[in-house]
Design a protein around this ligand. Structure first.
Ligand code: PEP
Length: 235
C-alpha cells in the first residue's frame, strides 16, 4: 500500500473536485489517496477511496489572527490531513521549522495528521547542504512527544513544478537520512513521501526506491486521467 497525496495549491474549483471524486470512485486500488484542496473545498465529503485534506493550518489555537484557520475549525468539518511547511509556505510566508512544528502540533492536538514537508533549495543543494537541511528540517519541524500519526514529505524545492527529479540515488540517500532521523526520535515506521515533478511515467520507479512510502503530487493531481494513472502505476 502506497500513499498518493495530491496538492491542488490555489487551483481547481468545487466543480473540478466533484469531477475528480467521481473519477476516483471508479478506481480500484490498495493505495491510500489523499487530496489536499483549498479551504473552500474541504467540506467535500471524503469517500472510501479518497480522503480530503487541507494545505495549511494556523499555529495558533484561536484569536485575533485574521485570515487564519485553526485546527479545531478544520477538525469540526472532518479534516483528517493537513500539509504543513510546504516549500511555497516557507518561501512566500517565511515559515521556519519552528513555525512548521507549531502547526504540526496544532494538527495533532486536533486529531489531524500533518504531512510535514522538508527539502532543500537549489542554492543549498549546490552548497552541498542537502542532507543537513533535511535532517534539521525533520528534527526541528516534528513536534516532541508525537501523539498520533504524522507523515513526512521530502520535497526538493528546486524540483517542484520544474519537470525534473533528483536521481534515484539522491532520493534514496535523502529518504535514508529522514528514516534514520525519525528512528532517532523514536518515530520508526513513519511514512515518508517523495514529492516534486511526479507523473504517471516516473511514479513506479520512484515508489520502488527504499524508504519511499508514497508520493506527494502537485500539478499532476489536478488532471483526472494523469492522477488516476499515477494511482494505478504506483501499485
Ligand atoms: C508540490 O508542490 O507539492 C509538488 C509536488 O508539485 P509538482 O508535483 O507540481 O512538482
Amino acid at each position: 500500500m502506497k500513499i498518493i497525496a495530491g496538492n491542488w495549491k490555489m487551483n481547481g474549483s468545487r466543480a473540478t473536485l466533484t469531477a475528480m471524486m467521481g473519477a476516483l470512485s471508479e478506481v480500484k486500488t490498495e493505495n491510500k489517496v489523499i487530496l489536499c484542496v483549498p479551504f473552500t473545498m474541504i467540506d467535500t465529503e471524503s469517500s472510501n477511496n479518497v480522503q480530503i485534506g487541507a494545505q495549511d493550518i494556523s499555529s495558533h489555537a484561536r484569536g485575533a489572527y485574521t485570515g487564519e484557520v485553526s485546527g479545531a475549525m478544520l477538525a469540526e468539518i472532518g479534516t483528517k490531513y493537513v500539509i504543513v511547511g510546504h516549500s511555497e509556505r516557507r518561501m512566500y510566508h517565511d515559515e521556519t521549522n519552528d513555525i512548521v512544528r507549531e502547526k504540526a502540533k496544532m494538527a495533532l492536538e486536533n486529531g489531524i495528521t500533518p504531512i510535514i514537508c522538508v527539502g532543500e533549495t537549489m542554492e543549498e543543494k549546490r552548497a552541498g547542504k542537502t542532507l543537513d537541511i533535511i535532517e534539521a528540517g525533520v528534527r526541528e519541524s516534528v513536534p516532541e512527544d508525537v501523539d498520533g500519526d504524522i507523515i513526512i514529505a521530502y520535497e526538493p524545492r528546486w524540483a517542484i513544478g520544474a519537470g525534473v527529479t533528483p536521481t534515484a540515488e539522491e532520493i534514496a540517500t535523502a529518504h535514508k537520512v529522514i528514516a534514520d532521523t525519525l528512528s532517532y526520535m523514536g518515530l520508526d515506521g513513519t511514512p515518508i513521501l517523495y514529492g516534486a515533478s511526479i507523473n504517471s511515467e516516473n511514479v513506479a520507479d520512484i515508489v520502488a526506491i527504499k524508504n519511499v512510502y508514497g508520493v506527494l503530487v502537485g500539478g499532476a493531481s489536478l488532471k483526472i486521467d494523469e492522477f488516476v494513472s499515477i494511482i494505478n502505476n504506483a501499485n
